[in-house]
Design a binder for this molecule. Structure first.
Ligand code: AMP
Ligand code: ZN
Length: 140
C-alpha cells in the first residue's frame, strides 16, 4: 500500500470500478462523477502531473481515450464529451497521480460548468505575439 490513492487502485489494494487495463494504462470510474460515465485514465507508473510524463507515457494514456470515448458514446449517447486534465492545486488537481478525465456531456446544465472568461483587454494581438516568442524560445 502506497500513500498514492491511484497507485493503490493500480495495485488493486483499494477497490475501484476498472473498465480498461493494459500494460501501461488503467481506466476506471470516477468515484464522484460529475456526469453519467465520468471516467479517469491513468498511467500505471506513478507520475505526479503532465510535467513528469515522457512523450511516450502521454501517448500511451491518450491512445486509449478514443476507444473509451466511443464506448461511452455507444453506451450513453451523450450529446458531447469533455477531456479534462488538471496539473497543480490552483488548476484543480486534487489527486497527485496524473489522470485524464473523460466527462460525457448531456446538456449545458448537467453538472460540469467550466468557467471561461477570456482576458481580451490584457491579451491583445501584440501581447499574444510577445508571449508566443517566449514560448518558442523554450521549445528550441
Ligand atoms: P482532480 O481534481 O483532477 O485531481 O480529480 C481527481 C478525481 O479523482 C476526482 O474527480 C475524484 O472524484 C476522483 N477520485 C478520488 N479518489 C478516487 C477513488 N478512490 N476512485 C475513483 N476516483 C477517485
Ligand atoms: Zn500514484
Amino acid at each position: 500500500m502506497t500513500s498514492c490513492i491511484f497507485c493503490n487502485i493500480v495495485e488493486g489494494s483499494i477497490p475501484s470500478e476498472k473498465i480498461y487495463e493494459d500494460e501501461h494504462v488503467v481506466a476506471f470510474m470516477d468515484i464522484m462523477p460529475v456526469t453519467k460515465g465520468h471516467v479517469l485514465i491513468i498511467p500505471k507508473t506513478h507520475r505526479e502531473n503532465l510535467y513528469e510524463m515522457t512523450s511516450e507515457e502521454a501517448a500511451q494514456v491518450f491512445s486509449v481515450a478514443p476507444k473509451i470515448a466511443n464506448a461511452l458514446k455507444e453506451e450513453f449517447a451523450p450529446a458531447g464529451l469533455n477531456v479534462l486534465q488538471n496539473n497543480g492545486a490552483p488548476a484543480g488537481q486534487a489527486v497527485f497521480h496524473f489522470h485524464m478525465h473523460l466527462i460525457p456531456r448531456y446538456d449545458r446544465s448537467d453538472g460540469f460548468q467550466p468557467q471561461w472568461d477570456p482576458q481580451t483587454d490584457t491579451f491583445t494581438v501584440e501581447r499574444i505575439k510577445e508571449i508566443a516568442v517566449g514560448i518558442r524560445k523554450k521549445l528550441l
